[in-house]
Design a protein around this ligand. Structure first.
Ligand code: FES
Length: 108
């Protein structure tokens, strides 16, 4: 599902600070992150294998470490940041309005 529409995905308070929330929008697994109060969104499936990044750990303030082989991605851009991950994640525009998180399922 790709859309130009902003889609409501969660309440702002549902995402813990410096942590993740895995969810799904129209069949697309999405991972939400809160870093210094800012919300970011990427695909939840690791590009290296069958792992949910929402089960991973945030490292160095802006990277998500995959729980399976400990590869990393930059949460802000989706860029692969350390091996074995080499293919970037899709990242999505996110905004918060009235305590609600909206994202667009288009490439950020
Ligand atoms: Fe994520 Fe291998 S499945 S690093």
């Amino acid at each position: 599902m790709a859309t130009e529409e902003w889609v409501r995905v969660a309440d702002y308070d549902d995402v813990p600070e410096e942590d993740t929330l895995g969810t799904e929008i129209g069949g697309v697994p999405v991972c939400l992150y809160k870093l210094d109060g800012e919300i970011y969104a990427t695909d939840n499936k690791c590009t290296h294998g069958d792992a949910d990044l929402s089960d991973g750990l945030i490292q160095d303030g802006c990277e998500i470490e995959c729980p399976l082989h400990e590869g990393r991605f930059d949460i802000r851009s989706g860029k692969a940041a350390s091996p074995p991950c080499s293919e970037d994640l899709r990242s999505y525009p996110a905004r918060v309005e009235g305590g609600v998180i909206y994202i667009k399922l288009v490439q950020a």
